[in-house]
Design a protein around this ligand. Structure first.
Ligand SMILES: Nc1ncnc2c1ncn2[C@@H]1O[C@H](COP(=O)(O)OP(=O)(O)OP(=O)(O)O)[C@@H](O)[C@H]1O
Ligand SMILES: [Mg+2]
Length: 428
Protein backbone atom coordinates (compact mmCIF):
# COMPACT_ATOMS: atom_id res chain seq x y z
CA UNK A 1 0.00 0.00 0.00
CA UNK A 2 1.25 3.45 -0.83
CA UNK A 3 0.67 6.56 1.19
CA UNK A 4 1.00 9.41 -1.26
CA UNK A 5 1.34 13.01 -0.22
CA UNK A 6 1.28 15.56 -2.99
CA UNK A 7 2.64 19.00 -2.23
CA UNK A 8 2.47 21.83 -4.71
CA UNK A 9 5.65 23.77 -5.29
CA UNK A 10 5.81 27.45 -6.07
CA UNK A 11 5.94 28.17 -9.77
CA UNK A 12 9.44 29.14 -10.75
CA UNK A 13 10.80 26.26 -8.75
CA UNK A 14 10.18 24.00 -11.71
CA UNK A 15 12.82 22.93 -14.12
CA UNK A 16 13.27 24.74 -17.39
CA UNK A 17 12.57 22.51 -20.36
CA UNK A 18 15.86 21.78 -22.04
CA UNK A 19 15.81 21.69 -25.82
CA UNK A 20 15.30 18.34 -27.43
CA UNK A 21 17.99 18.74 -30.06
CA UNK A 22 19.83 15.54 -29.21
CA UNK A 23 23.29 15.24 -30.60
CA UNK A 24 23.88 12.40 -33.01
CA UNK A 25 25.74 9.81 -31.00
CA UNK A 26 27.13 8.08 -34.03
CA UNK A 27 30.80 8.61 -34.77
CA UNK A 28 31.71 10.77 -37.73
CA UNK A 29 32.91 8.68 -40.64
CA UNK A 30 36.59 8.26 -41.36
CA UNK A 31 38.36 8.02 -44.63
CA UNK A 32 41.51 6.00 -44.70
CA UNK A 33 43.28 4.17 -41.92
CA UNK A 34 45.19 6.49 -39.62
CA UNK A 35 44.47 10.18 -39.47
CA UNK A 36 47.34 12.63 -39.89
CA UNK A 37 47.84 12.51 -36.12
CA UNK A 38 47.77 8.76 -36.26
CA UNK A 39 44.48 8.59 -34.40
CA UNK A 40 41.38 6.79 -35.60
CA UNK A 41 39.19 8.51 -33.06
CA UNK A 42 40.85 11.95 -33.04
CA UNK A 43 37.83 13.96 -34.15
CA UNK A 44 35.44 12.15 -31.78
CA UNK A 45 37.35 12.86 -28.59
CA UNK A 46 37.34 16.58 -28.20
CA UNK A 47 37.68 18.00 -24.69
CA UNK A 48 38.31 21.68 -25.29
CA UNK A 49 37.52 22.59 -21.69
CA UNK A 50 39.85 19.95 -20.26
CA UNK A 51 43.23 19.82 -22.03
CA UNK A 52 44.68 17.54 -19.35
CA UNK A 53 42.04 14.90 -19.96
CA UNK A 54 42.39 15.37 -23.74
CA UNK A 55 46.11 14.68 -23.36
CA UNK A 56 45.45 11.46 -21.47
CA UNK A 57 43.03 10.24 -24.12
CA UNK A 58 45.54 11.16 -26.81
CA UNK A 59 48.11 8.99 -25.02
CA UNK A 60 45.66 6.07 -24.87
CA UNK A 61 44.98 6.44 -28.59
CA UNK A 62 48.67 6.65 -29.41
CA UNK A 63 49.32 3.52 -27.37
CA UNK A 64 46.71 1.65 -29.42
CA UNK A 65 48.30 2.97 -32.63
CA UNK A 66 51.63 1.50 -31.63
CA UNK A 67 50.18 -1.83 -30.55
CA UNK A 68 49.83 -1.33 -26.79
CA UNK A 69 46.20 -2.37 -26.58
CA UNK A 70 43.68 -1.99 -23.76
CA UNK A 71 43.55 -5.15 -21.71
CA UNK A 72 40.31 -6.73 -20.53
CA UNK A 73 39.91 -6.71 -16.75
CA UNK A 74 39.46 -10.36 -15.94
CA UNK A 75 37.46 -9.99 -12.74
CA UNK A 76 34.70 -7.77 -14.13
CA UNK A 77 31.28 -9.07 -15.13
CA UNK A 78 31.35 -7.18 -18.37
CA UNK A 79 33.81 -5.94 -20.94
CA UNK A 80 35.90 -3.45 -19.00
CA UNK A 81 39.44 -2.61 -20.09
CA UNK A 82 42.59 -1.13 -18.60
CA UNK A 83 43.68 1.50 -21.12
CA UNK A 84 47.43 2.13 -21.26
CA UNK A 85 49.85 4.79 -22.39
CA UNK A 86 52.46 4.00 -25.07
CA UNK A 87 54.85 2.75 -22.36
CA UNK A 88 52.28 0.23 -21.13
CA UNK A 89 51.37 2.09 -17.94
CA UNK A 90 47.69 1.78 -17.03
CA UNK A 91 46.04 5.20 -17.26
CA UNK A 92 42.32 4.53 -17.38
CA UNK A 93 39.42 2.12 -17.23
CA UNK A 94 37.36 2.01 -20.41
CA UNK A 95 33.89 0.45 -20.38
CA UNK A 96 32.33 0.28 -23.84
CA UNK A 97 28.54 0.59 -24.07
CA UNK A 98 28.26 -2.45 -26.33
CA UNK A 99 30.04 -4.67 -23.80
CA UNK A 100 28.07 -3.69 -20.71
CA UNK A 101 26.53 -6.54 -18.69
CA UNK A 102 23.49 -6.52 -20.96
CA UNK A 103 25.07 -4.96 -24.04
CA UNK A 104 24.88 -7.01 -27.24
CA UNK A 105 28.61 -7.72 -27.29
CA UNK A 106 29.10 -8.56 -23.64
CA UNK A 107 31.96 -11.04 -23.58
CA UNK A 108 31.04 -12.76 -20.31
CA UNK A 109 28.86 -15.79 -20.88
CA UNK A 110 27.31 -16.13 -17.44
CA UNK A 111 25.40 -12.92 -17.99
CA UNK A 112 24.26 -14.19 -21.37
CA UNK A 113 22.87 -17.32 -19.73
CA UNK A 114 21.02 -15.24 -17.14
CA UNK A 115 19.42 -13.36 -19.96
CA UNK A 116 18.41 -16.41 -21.96
CA UNK A 117 17.46 -18.80 -19.16
CA UNK A 118 15.90 -16.40 -16.70
CA UNK A 119 14.48 -13.48 -18.70
CA UNK A 120 11.87 -12.60 -16.04
CA UNK A 121 14.60 -11.81 -13.52
CA UNK A 122 16.86 -10.18 -16.05
CA UNK A 123 18.58 -6.96 -15.09
CA UNK A 124 17.55 -4.23 -12.68
CA UNK A 125 14.03 -3.20 -13.53
CA UNK A 126 14.52 0.33 -12.24
CA UNK A 127 17.50 1.20 -14.45
CA UNK A 128 17.66 2.31 -18.06
CA UNK A 129 19.21 -0.71 -19.77
CA UNK A 130 22.55 -0.46 -21.49
CA UNK A 131 23.38 3.08 -20.41
CA UNK A 132 25.92 2.15 -17.77
CA UNK A 133 28.60 4.26 -19.40
CA UNK A 134 26.40 7.34 -18.99
CA UNK A 135 25.79 6.46 -15.37
CA UNK A 136 29.58 6.28 -14.88
CA UNK A 137 30.11 9.70 -16.48
CA UNK A 138 27.00 11.10 -14.72
CA UNK A 139 28.35 10.02 -11.33
CA UNK A 140 31.51 11.99 -11.99
CA UNK A 141 29.45 14.99 -13.10
CA UNK A 142 27.46 14.92 -9.83
CA UNK A 143 30.62 14.39 -7.77
CA UNK A 144 32.31 17.31 -9.47
CA UNK A 145 29.32 19.64 -9.13
CA UNK A 146 28.90 18.84 -5.45
CA UNK A 147 32.65 19.25 -4.85
CA UNK A 148 32.92 15.77 -3.31
CA UNK A 149 36.10 14.68 -5.07
CA UNK A 150 35.60 10.94 -4.59
CA UNK A 151 34.91 9.82 -8.18
CA UNK A 152 37.99 9.64 -10.42
CA UNK A 153 37.43 11.80 -13.49
CA UNK A 154 35.14 9.92 -15.90
CA UNK A 155 34.00 11.07 -19.34
CA UNK A 156 32.46 9.62 -22.48
CA UNK A 157 35.15 8.63 -24.95
CA UNK A 158 35.40 6.77 -28.28
CA UNK A 159 38.11 4.16 -28.68
CA UNK A 160 38.88 1.40 -31.15
CA UNK A 161 41.08 -1.56 -30.38
CA UNK A 162 41.39 -5.06 -31.73
CA UNK A 163 41.31 -6.37 -28.16
CA UNK A 164 37.69 -5.20 -27.77
CA UNK A 165 34.90 -7.66 -28.38
CA UNK A 166 33.65 -7.28 -31.96
CA UNK A 167 31.16 -9.35 -33.86
CA UNK A 168 32.48 -11.74 -36.50
CA UNK A 169 30.80 -9.55 -39.14
CA UNK A 170 32.63 -6.40 -38.00
CA UNK A 171 35.94 -8.22 -38.02
CA UNK A 172 35.28 -9.73 -41.48
CA UNK A 173 34.26 -6.32 -42.89
CA UNK A 174 37.40 -4.75 -41.52
CA UNK A 175 39.62 -7.49 -42.96
CA UNK A 176 37.89 -7.18 -46.34
CA UNK A 177 38.41 -3.44 -46.49
CA UNK A 178 42.06 -3.70 -45.49
CA UNK A 179 42.58 -6.29 -48.20
CA UNK A 180 40.88 -4.04 -50.75
CA UNK A 181 43.04 -1.11 -49.66
CA UNK A 182 46.17 -3.13 -50.38
CA UNK A 183 44.95 -4.50 -53.71
CA UNK A 184 42.88 -1.65 -55.17
CA UNK A 185 43.69 1.54 -53.26
CA UNK A 186 41.60 3.70 -55.62
CA UNK A 187 38.37 1.85 -54.86
CA UNK A 188 39.14 1.52 -51.18
CA UNK A 189 39.39 5.30 -50.86
CA UNK A 190 35.60 5.37 -51.16
CA UNK A 191 35.16 3.43 -47.93
CA UNK A 192 33.89 5.48 -45.05
CA UNK A 193 36.13 3.76 -42.58
CA UNK A 194 38.87 1.20 -42.73
CA UNK A 195 39.36 -0.88 -39.62
CA UNK A 196 37.12 -1.84 -36.77
CA UNK A 197 34.35 0.55 -35.69
CA UNK A 198 35.13 2.80 -32.70
CA UNK A 199 33.23 2.07 -29.50
CA UNK A 200 31.67 4.64 -27.24
CA UNK A 201 32.09 4.10 -23.52
CA UNK A 202 33.10 5.61 -20.22
CA UNK A 203 36.76 6.34 -19.58
CA UNK A 204 37.70 6.70 -15.92
CA UNK A 205 41.15 7.81 -14.85
CA UNK A 206 43.08 5.04 -13.13
CA UNK A 207 43.93 5.85 -9.53
CA UNK A 208 47.14 4.40 -8.12
CA UNK A 209 47.92 2.96 -4.73
CA UNK A 210 44.31 2.07 -3.88
CA UNK A 211 42.91 -1.24 -2.59
CA UNK A 212 39.32 -2.41 -2.30
CA UNK A 213 37.55 -0.92 0.73
CA UNK A 214 36.82 -4.40 2.05
CA UNK A 215 40.53 -4.98 2.57
CA UNK A 216 41.11 -1.80 4.55
CA UNK A 217 37.89 -2.02 6.56
CA UNK A 218 39.01 -5.40 7.90
CA UNK A 219 42.45 -4.00 8.70
CA UNK A 220 41.01 -1.01 10.55
CA UNK A 221 39.00 -3.37 12.76
CA UNK A 222 42.13 -4.88 14.23
CA UNK A 223 44.40 -1.87 13.80
CA UNK A 224 42.30 1.28 14.42
CA UNK A 225 43.24 4.48 12.65
CA UNK A 226 44.86 7.36 14.54
CA UNK A 227 42.27 10.00 15.48
CA UNK A 228 43.16 12.55 12.79
CA UNK A 229 43.13 9.97 10.05
CA UNK A 230 39.91 8.44 11.37
CA UNK A 231 38.26 11.86 11.06
CA UNK A 232 39.58 12.23 7.54
CA UNK A 233 38.26 8.79 6.65
CA UNK A 234 34.87 9.66 8.15
CA UNK A 235 34.72 12.82 6.07
CA UNK A 236 35.59 10.91 2.89
CA UNK A 237 33.05 8.24 3.79
CA UNK A 238 30.33 10.87 4.17
CA UNK A 239 31.13 12.15 0.68
CA UNK A 240 30.68 8.65 -0.68
CA UNK A 241 27.32 8.43 1.10
CA UNK A 242 26.21 11.76 -0.38
CA UNK A 243 27.19 10.66 -3.88
CA UNK A 244 25.49 7.26 -3.66
CA UNK A 245 22.36 8.66 -2.13
CA UNK A 246 21.95 11.42 -4.72
CA UNK A 247 22.52 9.16 -7.73
CA UNK A 248 20.67 6.27 -6.00
CA UNK A 249 23.48 3.86 -6.76
CA UNK A 250 22.19 0.29 -6.74
CA UNK A 251 25.60 -1.36 -6.77
CA UNK A 252 27.75 -0.05 -3.96
CA UNK A 253 29.26 -3.14 -2.43
CA UNK A 254 32.52 -2.78 -0.50
CA UNK A 255 34.37 -3.94 -3.61
CA UNK A 256 33.15 -0.96 -5.59
CA UNK A 257 34.94 1.68 -3.62
CA UNK A 258 38.66 1.87 -3.09
CA UNK A 259 40.79 3.27 -0.28
CA UNK A 260 44.34 4.53 -0.36
CA UNK A 261 45.95 4.67 3.04
CA UNK A 262 49.45 5.93 3.51
CA UNK A 263 50.62 5.46 7.06
CA UNK A 264 52.39 8.22 8.88
CA UNK A 265 56.03 7.47 9.43
CA UNK A 266 58.46 9.39 11.59
CA UNK A 267 62.19 9.20 11.23
CA UNK A 268 65.19 9.97 9.19
CA UNK A 269 65.00 10.49 5.49
CA UNK A 270 68.25 9.35 3.97
CA UNK A 271 67.30 10.17 0.42
CA UNK A 272 69.43 13.32 0.36
CA UNK A 273 73.11 12.36 0.19
CA UNK A 274 74.50 15.48 1.80
CA UNK A 275 72.13 16.14 4.62
CA UNK A 276 69.82 14.16 6.82
CA UNK A 277 66.35 15.53 7.52
CA UNK A 278 64.00 14.50 10.23
CA UNK A 279 60.60 14.18 8.62
CA UNK A 280 57.18 13.62 10.05
CA UNK A 281 54.82 12.62 7.31
CA UNK A 282 51.14 12.88 8.12
CA UNK A 283 49.02 9.86 7.30
CA UNK A 284 46.71 10.33 4.37
CA UNK A 285 43.58 8.47 3.53
CA UNK A 286 41.47 8.83 0.42
CA UNK A 287 38.41 7.13 -1.01
CA UNK A 288 37.77 6.49 -4.72
CA UNK A 289 34.21 5.62 -5.78
CA UNK A 290 34.56 3.39 -8.83
CA UNK A 291 32.07 1.28 -10.79
CA UNK A 292 29.18 3.75 -10.88
CA UNK A 293 27.42 2.19 -13.85
CA UNK A 294 24.26 1.08 -12.06
CA UNK A 295 22.85 4.36 -10.81
CA UNK A 296 20.24 6.97 -11.86
CA UNK A 297 17.14 4.73 -11.67
CA UNK A 298 13.96 6.03 -13.30
CA UNK A 299 11.93 4.77 -10.32
CA UNK A 300 12.79 3.77 -6.80
CA UNK A 301 13.78 0.11 -6.77
CA UNK A 302 10.81 -2.08 -5.82
CA UNK A 303 13.20 -4.86 -5.05
CA UNK A 304 14.59 -2.96 -2.08
CA UNK A 305 16.09 -6.08 -0.60
CA UNK A 306 18.40 -6.52 -3.53
CA UNK A 307 19.87 -3.05 -3.71
CA UNK A 308 20.72 -1.71 -0.28
CA UNK A 309 23.56 0.71 0.27
CA UNK A 310 26.11 -1.68 1.70
CA UNK A 311 27.94 1.08 3.55
CA UNK A 312 24.89 1.44 5.80
CA UNK A 313 26.10 -1.63 7.71
CA UNK A 314 29.38 0.01 8.63
CA UNK A 315 29.95 1.64 11.99
CA UNK A 316 30.84 4.90 10.20
CA UNK A 317 27.21 5.14 9.07
CA UNK A 318 26.02 5.57 12.65
CA UNK A 319 27.84 8.88 13.09
CA UNK A 320 25.87 12.07 12.31
CA UNK A 321 27.08 13.97 9.24
CA UNK A 322 29.96 16.25 10.16
CA UNK A 323 29.81 20.03 10.06
CA UNK A 324 32.38 19.92 7.26
CA UNK A 325 30.12 17.82 5.00
CA UNK A 326 27.09 19.89 5.89
CA UNK A 327 28.95 23.11 5.04
CA UNK A 328 30.15 21.66 1.76
CA UNK A 329 26.92 20.14 0.50
CA UNK A 330 23.97 22.02 2.03
CA UNK A 331 24.47 25.42 0.37
CA UNK A 332 24.49 23.71 -3.02
CA UNK A 333 21.67 21.21 -2.76
CA UNK A 334 19.27 23.50 -0.93
CA UNK A 335 19.45 25.92 -3.84
CA UNK A 336 16.81 25.05 -6.47
CA UNK A 337 18.84 26.78 -9.19
CA UNK A 338 21.78 24.55 -8.43
CA UNK A 339 19.58 21.45 -8.67
CA UNK A 340 18.11 22.67 -11.94
CA UNK A 341 21.61 23.28 -13.33
CA UNK A 342 22.62 19.79 -12.30
CA UNK A 343 19.61 18.28 -14.11
CA UNK A 344 20.41 20.30 -17.22
CA UNK A 345 24.05 19.19 -17.21
CA UNK A 346 22.94 15.58 -16.90
CA UNK A 347 20.48 16.15 -19.74
CA UNK A 348 23.32 17.36 -21.99
CA UNK A 349 25.25 14.19 -21.16
CA UNK A 350 22.43 11.64 -21.32
CA UNK A 351 20.83 12.94 -24.51
CA UNK A 352 23.88 11.86 -26.51
CA UNK A 353 22.87 8.19 -26.25
CA UNK A 354 21.01 6.87 -29.25
CA UNK A 355 18.43 5.25 -26.96
CA UNK A 356 17.74 8.50 -25.08
CA UNK A 357 14.12 8.98 -24.07
CA UNK A 358 13.01 12.32 -22.66
CA UNK A 359 10.22 10.91 -20.49
CA UNK A 360 12.51 8.34 -18.92
CA UNK A 361 15.10 11.01 -18.27
CA UNK A 362 12.47 13.14 -16.51
CA UNK A 363 11.66 10.17 -14.28
CA UNK A 364 15.36 9.73 -13.48
CA UNK A 365 15.53 13.37 -12.47
CA UNK A 366 12.36 13.04 -10.35
CA UNK A 367 14.02 10.30 -8.33
CA UNK A 368 17.24 12.29 -8.04
CA UNK A 369 15.42 15.44 -6.92
CA UNK A 370 13.59 13.37 -4.31
CA UNK A 371 16.88 12.01 -3.03
CA UNK A 372 18.28 15.54 -2.88
CA UNK A 373 15.24 16.72 -0.94
CA UNK A 374 15.72 14.00 1.66
CA UNK A 375 19.45 14.61 1.87
CA UNK A 376 18.88 18.32 2.42
CA UNK A 377 16.55 17.59 5.32
CA UNK A 378 18.88 14.97 6.78
CA UNK A 379 21.85 17.34 6.72
CA UNK A 380 19.80 20.15 8.25
CA UNK A 381 18.63 17.81 11.01
CA UNK A 382 22.16 16.50 11.62
CA UNK A 383 21.12 12.94 10.89
CA UNK A 384 23.48 10.04 10.31
CA UNK A 385 23.79 8.07 7.04
CA UNK A 386 21.71 5.27 8.62
CA UNK A 387 18.93 7.70 9.46
CA UNK A 388 19.17 9.09 5.94
CA UNK A 389 18.55 5.74 4.26
CA UNK A 390 15.59 5.12 6.55
CA UNK A 391 13.78 8.26 5.40
CA UNK A 392 10.60 7.84 3.33
CA UNK A 393 11.26 7.67 -0.37
CA UNK A 394 10.30 10.77 -2.28
CA UNK A 395 10.10 11.77 -5.91
CA UNK A 396 9.94 15.36 -7.08
CA UNK A 397 8.19 15.51 -10.41
CA UNK A 398 8.10 18.30 -12.92
CA UNK A 399 4.52 18.83 -14.01
CA UNK A 400 3.69 18.41 -17.68
CA UNK A 401 2.81 22.11 -18.00
CA UNK A 402 6.41 22.94 -17.29
CA UNK A 403 6.47 25.52 -14.54
CA UNK A 404 5.19 23.66 -11.51
CA UNK A 405 6.57 20.66 -9.77
CA UNK A 406 5.06 18.33 -7.22
CA UNK A 407 6.51 16.26 -4.46
CA UNK A 408 5.24 12.75 -4.17
CA UNK A 409 6.03 11.00 -0.96
CA UNK A 410 6.10 7.27 -1.43
CA UNK A 411 5.38 4.66 1.16
CA UNK A 412 7.70 4.63 4.09
CA UNK A 413 7.99 0.88 3.94
CA UNK A 414 11.47 -0.56 3.80
CA UNK A 415 13.52 2.09 2.08
CA UNK A 416 16.43 0.52 3.85
CA UNK A 417 16.01 -2.13 6.44
CA UNK A 418 18.59 -4.30 8.03
CA UNK A 419 18.38 -7.99 7.58
CA UNK A 420 20.74 -10.78 8.34
CA UNK A 421 20.14 -12.90 5.26
CA UNK A 422 21.97 -12.09 2.08
CA UNK A 423 19.52 -10.64 -0.42
CA UNK A 424 18.48 -12.90 -3.26
CA UNK A 425 20.25 -11.86 -6.48
CA UNK A 426 22.31 -9.38 -4.52
CA UNK A 427 25.27 -9.78 -6.83
CA UNK A 428 23.47 -8.43 -9.90
N1 LIG B 1 39.52 4.10 -11.68
C1 LIG B 1 40.12 3.00 -11.25
N2 LIG B 1 41.36 3.08 -10.70
C2 LIG B 1 42.00 1.97 -10.25
N3 LIG B 1 41.50 0.73 -10.33
C3 LIG B 1 40.28 0.58 -10.86
C4 LIG B 1 39.52 1.69 -11.35
N4 LIG B 1 38.35 1.24 -11.83
C5 LIG B 1 38.38 -0.08 -11.65
N5 LIG B 1 39.52 -0.50 -11.08
C6 LIG B 1 39.91 -1.89 -10.75
O1 LIG B 1 39.29 -2.75 -11.68
C7 LIG B 1 38.38 -3.64 -11.03
C8 LIG B 1 37.13 -3.81 -11.86
O2 LIG B 1 36.54 -2.55 -12.04
P1 LIG B 1 34.97 -2.35 -12.02
O3 LIG B 1 34.39 -2.92 -10.78
O4 LIG B 1 34.70 -0.91 -12.29
O5 LIG B 1 34.61 -3.20 -13.31
P2 LIG B 1 33.34 -4.04 -13.70
O6 LIG B 1 33.63 -4.60 -15.04
O7 LIG B 1 32.13 -3.21 -13.56
O8 LIG B 1 33.36 -5.18 -12.65
P3 LIG B 1 32.20 -5.87 -11.81
O9 LIG B 1 31.02 -5.99 -12.71
O10 LIG B 1 32.78 -7.18 -11.42
O11 LIG B 1 31.97 -5.00 -10.63
C9 LIG B 1 38.11 -3.01 -9.67
O12 LIG B 1 37.81 -3.95 -8.69
C10 LIG B 1 39.41 -2.29 -9.39
O13 LIG B 1 40.35 -3.18 -8.82
MG1 LIG C 1 33.05 -3.73 -9.62
Amino acid sequence: MRAVTVLRMRSGDGQGAPSLAAADPRPPSHAGGSSCRGRHTADMNIFLDDPEFAEIILRAEQAIECGVFPERISQGSSGSYFAKDPKGKIIGVFKPKSEEPYGHLNPKWTKYFHKVCCPCCFGRGCLVPNQGYLSEAGAYLVDDKLGLGVVPKTKVVWLVSETFNYSAIDRAKSRGKKYALEKVPKVAKKFNRIGLPPKVGSFQLFVEGYKEADYWLRKFETDPLPENTRKEFQSQFERLVVLDYVIRNTDRGNDNWLVRYEKRHDGLDLSDKDSQWTVTKESTIKIAAIDNGLAFPFKHPDEWRAYPFHWAWLSQAKVPFSQETRDLVLPRISDMNFVQDLCEDLYELFKTDKGFDKATFENQMSVMRGQILNLTQALKDEKSPIQLVQMPRVIVERSSTGGQGRIVQLSNAFTQTFHSRKPFFSSW
